[in-house]
Write a protein that binds this ligand. Structure first.
Ligand code: ATP
Ligand code: MN
Length: 462
């Protein structure tokens, strides 16, 4: 018999037919001669109930059906007698695939802390909460590709191993094939990377943007969606050492087009989740955060505030607040400032633009004031920055001057600079941290809990 998914049976199963389900036992309870097994197969947060007439089954088999065990059950799908489910299965046969020792199985019925579940990341996908999060994560990844495909963007695969940190976005992980016990040195005692695998120093990418620009200046609109690595030793609930980033890059977009795209894109993702992950979101709304659904609906129904950095600083300076990091024009905004603007002042997502050039990357388009650049950060409630982007500097002279001013290694950037020399075009782009939007959509508060296997300082288990 072909296996049915629990989700399909609960939604539209035809009663009176024989079905086969396979999954993991969540609970088993009994009254007199009947046992009730709640079975979950990962297709939905809901379990299907299997009713077992104890007299018809081997005692040893039933003893082995405990929380966590994996079984297959065949039986008739009938209208449920009990409350809480529409249909249930009256078992005619059960096969035990894998028993689960109740003494040592870590996921008992009682609720576990998020910390405990992180230490059991190999089993936590079997909890309701991580099942819900991982299904939503899948739906979001799919929606990202769908959105860009529907809008004519091409998916560009930018390299994971790169040879420059031209962006200066963060600390890098080195990539080498050297025997670390015997690293070749040059005559000055420095590591001789010319003898390394690539003949030069390489690292894991911190952003696909620079290569993304090369794609945009040929294909028009591209996006990247891949893993990104930052060896920043910041133990915060919003930073991972390995995270996924979505980076669209568009020729002929100015900063306003860029903001329009960013706003439309994140609203699309949230709407997609509301429409396609309703059960899981309702579960999270009940278990994690009672205002989740309300917050998601608010964001898709309201326009984001757009405002220059300079005006935001004026608001923050006037705020009746004791800052951990004082604010003044020129400072990089901290999470406390971003969240004040979004959660207390505007009570709405905010896009800040025109940041001081000294706190932003070299490639951002310079404004005529000589002080600011056409940057944009999208700030969200509960999180702070979820998107960072800009219009890019397309003028070769201004870009060259900025590179000299910042003492960046111009020779490593020769290929990037040639795009400005040969057929330069106005263009823009941004980066959305996948796990940051996942935090927002799920209502979870720690970024370690929205990725299956988090990588953070001192943690690369699993
Ligand atoms: P932050 O100030 O929060 O560290 P950033 O300014 O370093 O962010 P960018 O370099 O602009 O971030 O990266 C673009 C996006 O990638 C950010 O808006 C954020 O959503 C995400 N991001 C950046 N660093 C991390 C990280 N360590 N873990 C998860 N997501 C990140
Ligand atoms: Mn950072």
């Amino acid at each position: 018999m072909k296996r049915s998914k629990v989700k399909e049976l609960l939604a539209a199963g035809k009663t009176g037919t024989d079905v086969l389900v396979k999954g993991w036992v969540r609970t088993k309870r009994g009254i007199k001669n009947v046992a009730f097994i709640a079975l979950n197969d990962g297709s939905t947060v809901n379990n299907i109930q299997i009713v077992v007439d104890v007299a018809n089954f081997d005692e040893e088999l039933l003893k082995n059906i405990t929380t966590g065990a994996c079984i297959g059950a065949t039986g008739k799908l009938v209208e449920s007698q009990g409350q809480g489910q529409s249909v249930e299965i009256v078992a005619s046969s059960i096969e035990l695939y894998g028993a689960c020792d109740p003494e040592t199985y870590p996921l008992q019925k009682k609720g576990h802390s998020m910390e405990f579940l992180r230490e059991h990341a190999h089993l936590r996908p079997r909890t309701n909460i991580f099942g819900a999060i991982l299904r939503i994560r899948h739906a979001m990844a799919f929606a990202i590709h769908k959105y860009f495909n529907d809008h004519g963007f091409k998916y560009l695969h930018t390299p994971i191993i790169t040879s420059s940190d031209a962006e200066g976005a963060g600390e890098m992980f080195h990539v080498t094939s050297f025997d670390l016990k015997n690293v070749p040195l040059d005559e000055n005692g420095e590591v001789d990377f010319s003898k390394d695998f690539f003949g030069k120093a390489t690292n894991l990418t911190v952003s696909g943007q620079l290569e993304g620009e090369l794609g945009a200046l040929a294909l028009g609109e591209i996006y990247t969606f891949g893993p990104t690595f930052r060896a920043e030793n910041s133990n915060t609930p919003r930073h991972l050492a390995e995270f996924w980033m979505i980076e669209p890059e568009m020729a002929f977009y100015d900063i306003n087009d860029n903001m329009d795209l960013a706003e439309d894109f994140v609203k699309y993702l949230i709407r997609y989740a509301l429409e396609n992950c309703a059960e899981d979101l309702e579960f999270l709304n009940k278990m994690v955060d009672n205002s989740l659904l309300e917050r998601l609906k608010f964001v898709i129904n309201n326009s984001f505030i757009r405002m220059p950095y300079t005006e935001a600083i004026a608001i923050l300076e006037k705020a009746d607040k004791k800052w951990e990091y004082p604010v003044s024009w020129g400072c990089d905004l901290q999470v406390e400032h971003e969240r004040y603007l979004v959660e207390q002042h505007f009570k709405c997502p905010v896009i800040l633009t025109d940041y001081p050039k000294d706190i932003k990357a070299f490639y951002m388009k310079q404004n005529d004031d000589g002080k600011t650049v056409r940057a944009m950060d999208v700030l969200f409630p509960g999180i702070g920055e979820i998107i960072g982007g800009s219009q890019r500097e397309d003028d070769p002279d201004k870009l060259g001057a900025r590179i000299r001013e910042l003492n960046l290694p111009k020779k490593d950037l020769w290929w990037y600079l040639e795009t400005r020399k040969f057929g330069s075009a106005p263009h823009s782009g941004f980066g959305l941290g996948f796990e940051r939007i996942m935090l927002f959509v799920t209502g979870m508060s720690n970024i370690r809990d929205v990725i299956p296997f988090p990588r953070t300082p001192k943690n690369a288990e699993f």
